[in-house]
Design a protein around this ligand. Structure first.
Ligand code: NAP
Length: 510
């Protein structure tokens, strides 16, 4: 039996006992249980699924002390961050519960028959139904909000899907704890505890086995571009391909105008340094690329930002793999002719996994010629590019897909900023004005997902209640007898939900 151990990021020592890598038989059994449970769970009325989600959220709050101790040992995030992420995780569950109570998420549409039309039109009633068992891959950098009962699992459960989670190998005890809490609450429902399955593993075979399980009908993945792309290919190559919703890496370009520098250069540097160093830079929304005017003010800004990063705390990285990859990236970036390291601190040699916030400064020509500078440096490292403001509009169209794009400009620079915003909106999921990309508000209007490679499907969001749409499939019923229709489509509208009836929104009976 193959086993693996998680490590305490602060010390590098083993964080707990060894966990067994899931075998092919374990994965087959978990997928089969998830498929059986799906047949029960999909029939549980939405308002009862809502009660279960709220109960899981409340159980998480009750387990707060155990959660903080377990997550901190495996992820070294500290009480404040873990409490904040716990609040977000519970809010996500409650948000989906509210959505289920309202019921309109099924997007029910009814178009009456019209025998007089040419050609005559049948009656059609369309509704969204749960896809089936969903596999969820959790990343290491959000042990709660994207963890075993994070956004993907909450959205899938809300949709009426069962879930098979592949836990992150850096945090097996955390995964076990969350699965135990959720399964205890699901056991009280008609779906049963098996609605949520968890397997562990740290080999690519385990991940591939989960995606290849024939019962799995969709995948929610959060992690690196390399792993996400590998698993996307597996999902697409199945005999029966399935949707793969990968939220991957992103450089989150940030553009600063001459007017913004003249108005508030020091404030922007302070906010940017905090955004880069926050969570040791291990956020998918970390501003990894900063474009600044190639002028005295721009060079002064680069100097100020580097000083602030040199004064920021040394971050603890989540695991040895992230540290290893970041160190390799750092070395490769050091070798780029025309890119200079503007920060002064060496990485600490202490035990554990640590990295000092670091800034590289380069020019637009070097940036255009170096693919290394367009790689994600997952950790507290960013690249600052000195370029002409007019060049920035062109660069924005050549960067590929990202989760976010940010503009810092003065109020009277609307022509420049408008053109840049228009270019960015073609390439990112969220355009930010005079702010910073870290800190993702969990509200229905949030868009977390952009063109590839930031996501494998730019059509949906991985954050906010609209993310439920990834796990629902439209089905239309033609001339179906009333008694055989799902409740959401019956003429009497027994659930009282809002529907689109012959082009008019209505919560009334027909
Ligand atoms: P990761 O190394 O990609 O791991 C994610 C999952 O994929 C783990 O379960 C991992 O398990 C598995 N995996 C890795 N390589 C694999 C392969 N070749 N084949 C099959 N499975 C594989 O990511 P992470 O370190 O946890 O998170 C950091 C990355 O996630 C960053 O790049 C960050 O930008 C991204 N991220 C994105 C978002 C977003 O919303 N877009 C949010 C958070 C993080 P094994 O290690 O066992 O293989």
């Amino acid at each position: 039996m193959s086993t693996f151990t998680a490590f305490n990021p602060r010390t590098g020592d083993a964080a707990g006992p060894a966990f067994a890598e899931a075998t092919a038989a374990d994965i087959a059994s978990a997928a089969s249980r998830a498929a059986s449970a799906f047949e029960q769970w999909r029939r549980v009325p939405a308002r009862d699924r809502a009660k279960a989600l709220r109960a899981i959220g409340n159980a998480l709050i009750d387990a707060r002390d155990q959660i903080i101790a377990t997550v901190d040992l495996e992820a070294a995030l500290g009480d404040t961050r873990i409490n904040g992420e716990l609040a977000r995780t519970v809010a996500q569950l409650h948000g989906f519960a509210d959505l289920l109570d309202q019921g309109a998420y099924v997007e029910a549409i009814i178009d009456s028959a019209n025998p007089a039309a040419t050609p005559p039109r049948p009656e059609l009633r369309r509704v969204l139904q749960p896809l089936g068992p969903v596999a969820v891959f959790t990343p290491s950098n959000f042990p709660l909000a994207y963890g075993v009962i994070g956004g993907d699992t909450a959205g899938a459960l809300a949709a009426g899907c069962s879930v098979l989670v592949k836990g992150h190998p850096s945090q097996p005890a955390t995964s076990e704890l969350f699965a135990r809490i959720a399964r205890a609450e699901l056991a009280k429902t008609a779906g049963g505890a098996d609605v949520l399955q968890l397997v562990h593993g740290r080999t690519p075979e385990t991940g591939r086995g989960v995606v290849n399980a024939p019962e799995i009908q969709a995948v929610g993945f959060t992690g690196s571009v390399a792993a996400g792309r590998a698993l996307f290919n597996v999902a697409s190559a199945r005999p029966e391909p399935i949707p793969f919703y990968g939220e991957l890496g992103s450089l989150n370009p940030l553009f600063i105008s001459p007017g913004a520098l003249a108005e508030r250069s020091a404030d922007i540097a302070t906010g940017l340094a905090a955004s880069i160093a926050m969570g040791a830079g291990q956020f998918c929304t970390k501003p990894g690329l900063i474009f600044v005017p190639d002028s005295d003010a721009g060079r002064e800004f680069a100097h100020t930002l580097a000083s602030k990063l040199d004064a920021a705390p040394i971050g603890v990285l989540l695991n040895e793999n992230i540290r290893h990859l970041l160190a390799n990236r750092m070395q490769a970036t050091m070798l780029v002719q025309g890119a200079t390291c503007a920060t002064d601190r060496d990485w600490p040699a202490d035990a554990g996994f640590r990295a000092a916030p670091t800034l590289f400064v380069t020019d637009a020509t070097t940036f255009a010629e170096s693919s290394e500078l367009r790689e994600e440096h997952f950790g507290p490292i960013s690249i600052l590019v000195l370029s002409e403001p007019d060049q920035m509009k062109v660069i924005a169209t050549e960067l590929g897909g990202h989760l976010t794009g940010t503009i810092h400009a003065a109020a009277d620079e609307t022509a420049w900023a408008g053109a840049l915003a228009d270019a960015l909106a073609q390439h990112v999921g969220r355009v930010i004005w005079n702010g910073f990309p870290t800190g993702v508000a969990v509200v229905p209007a949030m868009q977390h997902g952009g063109p590839y490679p930031s996501s494998t499907s730019s059509l949906h969001s991985a954050v906010g209640t609209t993310s439920i749409r990834r796990f629902l499939r439209p089905v239309a019923f033609q001339n179906m007898p009333e008694a055989l229709l799902p409740a959401e489509l019956q003429s009497s509208n027994p659930l009282g939900i809002e529907r689109l009836v012959n082009g008019v929104r209505s919560a009334s009976a027909l």
